[in-house]
Design a protein around this ligand. Sequence first.
Ligand SMILES: [Zn+2]
Length: 196
Amino acid sequence: MSPKRKGMNTVNQSKDSTRSCGKKKTTAKTKKIKDVIDWDQYFMGVALISAQRSKDPETQVGACIVNSNKRIVGIGYNGMPDQGILGNDKIFPWKKVPKEHSKHLYVCHAEMNAIVNKMSVDIRCCTIYTTLYPCNECSKLMIQSGISSVVYLEDKGFTRPEYAASKLLLDKADVKYCKYKPKGDTERLLKALGKL
Ligand SMILES: [Zn+2]
């Protein structure tokens, strides 16, 4: 009998998927995955998962920036400034009132965080997937960064000044935007996250 080389079993198993348990050799069947999630589902899914990091008790928002090669180049969620600020969630309020000390004065929106935390020098012609239609401040940032399209999951209507202004900004800058319709696995993900 020839001596067994160290690690030989491991190599054989990974090479031909044939396993021996001392009785009978069985060949593992290769499982074919036919229906994978599409790109929109994938990127909106990343935005949805990112939103789960937000500590905003009312509106958790996530955003994911994608370049033309389908690579993620930025991710963010709404949160308080935290660079070196210890206990930022205690210092800055998550409440809306009083207006003079409300969350709106301090919070960094998901789109803003995705842009400033980008992993690419240039995000021109990128698409941003966001779980909520962007406000005017985020739209200004997106336009100045060269983002060319927006895919959003929900909106709060367009009667509020910040969203009416956002729409005007995006329209004039020729930034395309469209509402994402959940389907298949995204729908399941939304249900799992309690969004549906
Ligand atoms: Zn915003």
